[in-house]
Design a protein around this ligand. Structure first.
Ligand code: 5RP
Length: 212
């Protein structure tokens, strides 16, 4: 993990911000550098749609208006980090427990620019435990379904998401077909969102200030 590469990536993503834009903003330590850089442009954008209470607080602290996705409609740009990124720009996200809102904004955005340091690059997703947000009453049910599929579910005890839900981290999956796994898990009742971004991968990945 390199703080310098995270800062370079956060600052390099600024080149994708167009005048007058409403920018989708992710969550995490890499995105924090992007928010800091975005503050320099705050008079040239309409504002941001935020993926978490953490990013909302940071944006507001720097005077960047935070807008409601229901009011903005589709966005031109979403900038967010990741926990793992494969050569096809498919991601594991959710280490910061913000995966559901991140997924909603990614889906609503024409371009998803993912900002990472080189430690996040992998050939096969799954070394980083896959986060899954669940409705609390479904925790055991979802855990059994994951075990049936060969995964080892670990409840992130004590963590409550911004949506009032819980997170299960799945260890032990080497994910050969991320699109198929994401689609399969999406069918299990009680799962709110899966931290696999494969059906809607990133469009652009910046590793530091270099394009993947
Ligand atoms: C939060 C996320 C983050 O993008 C991911 O955890 C990477 O965080 P960082 O930039 O701090 O390494 O998915 O839910």
């Amino acid at each position: 993990m390199s703080a310098n590469e995270k800062r370079q990536a956060g600052e390099a993503a600024i080149r994708y911000v167009e005048d007058g834009a409403i920018v989708g903003v992710g969550t995490g330590s890499t995105v924090a550098y992007f928010i800091d850089a975005l503050a320099d442009l705050k008079d040239r954008i309409q504002g941001a749609v935020s993926s978490s209470e953490q990013s909302t607080a940071h944006l507001k602290r720097l005077g960047i208006p935070v807008l409601d996705l229901n009011a903005t409609g589709p966005l031109s740009l979403y900038v967010d980090g990741a926990d793992e990124c494969d050569p096809h720009k498919r991601l594991i996200k959710g280490g910061g427990a913000a995966l559901t809102r991140e997924k909603i904004i990614a889906e609503a955005s024409a371009k998803f620019v993912c900002i990472i340091d080189s430690s996040k690059r992998v050939d096969l997703l799954g070394t980083f435990p896959l986060p899954i947000e669940v409705i609390p009453m479904a925790r055991s049910l979802v855990g059994r379904e994951i075990a049936r599929r060969g995964g080892n579910p670990v409840w992130r005890d004590g963590v409550v998401t911004d949506n009032g839900n819980w997170v299960i981290d799945v260890h032990g999956w080497q994910i050969a077909d991320p699109v198929a796994l994401e689609s399969d898990l999406n069918q299990i009742p009680g799962i709110v969102a899966v931290g696999l971004f494969a059906r809607r991968p990133a469009d652009v990945v910046l590793v530091g200030d270099k394009l993947l």
